[in-house]
Design a protein around this ligand. Structure first.
Ligand SMILES: Nc1ncnc2c1ncn2[C@@H]1O[C@H](COP(=O)(O)OP(=O)(O)OP(=O)(O)O)[C@@H](O)[C@H]1O
Ligand SMILES: [Mg+2]
Length: 214
């Protein structure tokens, strides 16, 4: 496989999607169809259908392991249908979230255990890991504030303690992943302004981008 697979990771509201959209806008002229973007869960019709089930507000009774399996199923489909074919065609693929999200959210956040989630995902991914992961490092409260502001609801206290604990477990799991994979995961300081985060991300991406210009 000759392309490169890059993932964006981080807690809620850290700026992944904002920056990915800026990267896409900036690079689409020079990279043309050498740049492929995707997101998890989703990225193709089957995985987007699974996303609807995961996100459906009526599914309040979803068991944490069911949720973890659905994420892994969507991931599998995205790898097989979108990511690997693009890599085989020598594309640069950037995906908004991937396996690290499952390890952090389901393993840490939902307390299933990071090893259990990693093991289960080996079946889904055949051990396929990104060439590079950009981790948007942001304190939990900052991310939740950004989301609350975006929803025009400044009252972060409405989020119950358990929800904040959940986000802290996710954050802690991400910090462990950074230590475990120092060669793959590059952290950016996501507390900075959008423009400064974007600049840091572009610096990390530039060597990859240079390889893929037409
Ligand atoms: N560096 C930043 N400074 C201030 N606000 C930001 C910054 N980056 C993003 N935001 C704002 O924070 C909100 C959340 O950003 P975004 O949706 O990009 O986060 P995300 O990491 O994709 O979150 P999620 O994991 O929930 O998808 C948006 O309203 C966005 O405009
Ligand atoms: Mg997002």
């Amino acid at each position: 496989m000759s392309g490169k697979f890059i993932t964006f990771e981080g807690t809620d509201g850290a700026g992944k999607t904002t920056i990915l959209n800026m990267v896409l806008k900036h690079l689409e002229a020079t990279m043309k169809d050498n740049l492929v973007t995707s997101r998890e869960p989703g990225g193709n019709p089957i995985a987007e259908s699974i996303r609807q089930v995961i996100l459906d507000r009526n599914n309040v009774d979803m068991d944490p392991k069911t949720e973890a399996l659905l994420y892994a199923a969507a991931r599998r489909q995205n790898i097989v249908e979108t990511v690997k074919p693009a890599l085989e065609n020598n594309k640069l693929v950037i995906c908004d979230r991937y396996l690290d999200s499952s390890i952090a959210y389901q393993g840490g956040g939902r307390n299933i255990g990071e090893k259990a989630i990693n093991d289960m995902n080996q079946f889904a991914t055949d051990g396929f890991l990104p060439d590079l992961t950009i981790y948007f490092n942001l304190p939990v409260e900052d991310g939740l504030k950004r989301i609350a502001q975006n929803r025009d609801e400044n009252d972060i206290d409405r989020l119950d303690v358990e929800t904040i604990d959940f986000h802290h477990r996710v954050h802690d799991a991400y910090q462990r992943l950074m230590k475990e994979y120092p060669d793959r995961i590059y952290a950016v300081d996501a507390r900075q302004s959008i423009d400064d985060v974007y600049e840091d991300v572009m610096k990390i991406l530039q060597p990859y981008v240079n390889e893929f210009k037409d």
